[in-house]
Design a protein around this ligand. Sequence first.
Ligand code: CA
Length: 516
Amino acid sequence: MHPHTILMNANDNVAIVANDGGLPMGAVLSNGVVLRDKVPQGHKVALVNIGANAPVLRYGVAIGYALRDIPAGAWVHERLLQLPGARSLDDLPQCTATVPAPAPLLGYTFEGYKNPDGSVGTRNILGITTTVQCVAGVVEFAVEKIKRELLPDYPRVDDVIGLEHSYGCGVAIDAPGAEIPIRTLRNISMNPNFGGELMVVSLGCEKLPPGKLMPAGSIPLAQLQGPDGALDVVCLQDEAHEGFMSMIDHIVQSARPHLARLNARQRETVPASELAVGVQCGGSDAFSGVTANPAVGFCTDLLVRAGATVMFSETTEVRDGIAQLTARASTPQVAQAMIREMQWYDAYLGRGKVDRSANTTPGNKQGGLSNIVEKAMGSIVKSGTLPITGVLSPGEKLQQKGLIYAATPASDFICGTLQLAAGMNLHVFTTGRGTPYGLAEVPVIKVATRTALAKRWHDLMDINAGTIADGHQSIEDVGWELFHVLLDVASGRKKTWAEHWKLKNALVLFNPAPVT
Ligand code: CA
């Protein structure tokens, strides 16, 4: 076996072992260093002697400080590293990175569904909004009946989904922070893949009634299609309902006109600038920041050059890279908005008596990621290299195109839910440890960081970026492959594996406010 290690930056004093199965003690690296330990795949090896308290450098930054002398050839694992303190938010560089204006990328299109509000859908779905978890079972029953009895008559409608969640009852509805889950639900209902067809099922006694979820003026008039131009609501406690089947029939009958309008829609050729792509990672390993995330970052640059929108998120995973990101802000306002989101999140975590270091999982560490600094450096490369032009607080809706920092927790389902609310129409998800993640609302394109995972999960992973570590493809090759796959999936010409198997994770709201 030929030892293969990957160095991220010429200044680094550690490299990661790329060989499948790792490398044995005694293996000789290309620089002549002999391994003093068995080093697992994805883990770090010291390239030189690193003295106690000296920085351990990966990505050209200190991911930690040596707790004792580490000789060349030793396995550098998390127990040898002191975590650096969090970067102060007081003196960050703002707009200092000089990025040459990129050449526009013209001529790329996809086949999408144009919406009345100007957004474009990649799927044609009836999404039924719920105001409270109490109605979830009834809505699920009704959705099954609609799919069984009505959907065959509307062949151009891809799916019917109940937008189920845990909010609405027993919540402190006016507490600071409550605006986040409320606007998240409101904005998800207007996701481009639902075609502007608003249909709400409510219980009747909940803290979050339809009028509070969708106040007049918060939604485009074109989306009000109930009687008298009001919101289309089925209220289960309505006295007109005698028995369970009466509720079900009411929901099923209400769905008919929505399905008819959705079914009349046709895909049209639109420019690639109509893509709104949310990127995130989950189940990360040391290859995430070497293969999949850099390839996603290259694709992010392509998309932004094509005029599209890319959202990157996961606040605890960008916190340690914040100086690089504020430097890339297009204006001081954007830099300050990023800092505001970091401050808010530091305070949020502080209330729970934790900090960003609570992010890394046991699986991350087994996969070679020693701590949150190393994970963050590998995570933010998904954002590519171009200026950051906008910032969204959790649950807010996109108002502009370009590269957007959409502040969200790193939790896969919460991040996905908030990116849905922002208005994403495609989701890119990288994984090294492996997760079968999927969403019912938008296609999720999963990118594997390692060939071994892509082979083992051949019918779950859509793209293999492990070929970069294997030396068979470049970051640019995989980035372009992803770009073309995104256009094919957006057009409905290609289904993702998660769509093929109908894998879907629940919507999970971010609720920082109290529950009563
Ligand atoms: Ca995540």
